[in-house]
Design a protein around this ligand. Structure first.
Ligand SMILES: Nc1ncnc2c1ncn2[C@@H]1O[C@H](COP(=O)(O)OP(=O)(O)OP(=O)(O)O)[C@@H](O)[C@H]1O
Ligand SMILES: [Mg+2]
Length: 257
């Protein structure tokens, strides 16, 4: 019998990504459990986005990525999405000319109702109601997505992933460009949706990380430097050094020291 135990959630094992001779992600292993809000932090170029690219099938990686024990590495992008791994990008990729509801209709699948795209609605899929409620987008349901604030567009993307039943959500710098109010609302949204889902957040916003992370992994030059609770990460000498080494002013202004 094999001694390897496969954990629930997202299990990244010995993940490496090479671009020619350059190793952007070097033997990275971490586990994101369902119910956690797991932050992946680190300086520019640390390999955070590349990790998410490899997990979601956009970059070719070696090693292993298991979602609830099922291997997803090497699977085509669309299939990984169907297996329950969803992703947002820093620039929201919603359909700007369609309303919030129409965007959510699309997330429900084209089989639902093509007429709804023309504004003719027979019934609302219960998943849409749930997603509107969770994200607080109910008040702007009929507004054109292009008119939404930056924060609301990110929430719409998250709503679309929830409708698609994403079990693991990878959010790349979700609060970049958001107002303070929107950041807090985003953190509260993550706390509402984390139950039963894997949430992996790539962020530079240390204040946001401190407030909402339940677990933190620090990447530096493609390798894991530290992992633990917010308190453990903040007390970690090498993490302090890395941030000190890059920008003491930033470190101070972000409240790390
Ligand atoms: N397609 C690519 N080809 C070559 N090198 C790449 C490619 N994508 C990323 N890299 C390099 O890999 C390294 C990691 O990049 P990555 O975008 O993953 O960093 P990051 O941690 O997300 O940084 P940031 O915080 O600035 O977004 C960088 O040195 C980057 O230049
Ligand atoms: Mg990045």
């Amino acid at each position: 019998m094999s001694g390897t135990v496969t954990a629930k959630g997202l299990e990244v094992r010995d993940l490496s990504v090479r671009f020619g001779d350059f190793t952007a992600v070097d033997n990275v292993s971490f586990h994101s459990a369902a119910g956690e809000v797991h932050f992946l932090i680190g300086p520019n170029g640390a390999g955070k986005t590349t990790c998410v690219d490899a997990i979601t099938g956009l970059a070719r990686g070696t090693g292993s990525v298991l979602l609830d024990g099922r291997e997803i590495l090497g699977t085509p992008v669309e299939k990984i999405a169907r297996m329950g791994v969803g992703r947002t990008f820093q620039t929201a990729s919603v359909f700007e000319d369609l309303s919030v509801l129409q965007n959510l209709d699309i997330a429900c699948g084209i089989h639902r109702s093509r007429w709804s795209l023309f504004g003719i609605r027979t019934h609302v899929d219960p998943r849409i109601d749930e997603a509107l409620e969770l994200t607080g987008l109910g008040l702007v349901a009929n507004r054109r997505a292009g008119e939404l604030s930056h924060g609301q567009k990110q929430w719409l993307e998250i709503a679309m992933l929830i409708i698609q039943d994403a079990r693991a959500l990878m959010l790349d710098e979700p609060v970049a460009g958001m107002s303070e109010e929107e950041r807090i609302a985003t953190g509260e949204l993550l706390a509402r949706i984390r139950q039963g889902r894997v949430i992996l957040v790539v962020e530079h916003d240390m204040d946001f990380m401190r407030r909402f992370a339940s677990r933190v992994t620090v990447l530096n030059r493609g390798t894991i430097l530290a992992e633990g609770s917010v308190e453990e990460i903040q007390a970690h000498p090498e993490v302090q050094q890395i941030y000190l080494g890059t920008s003491p002013d930033q470190l101070h202004s972000e409240g790390i020291i």
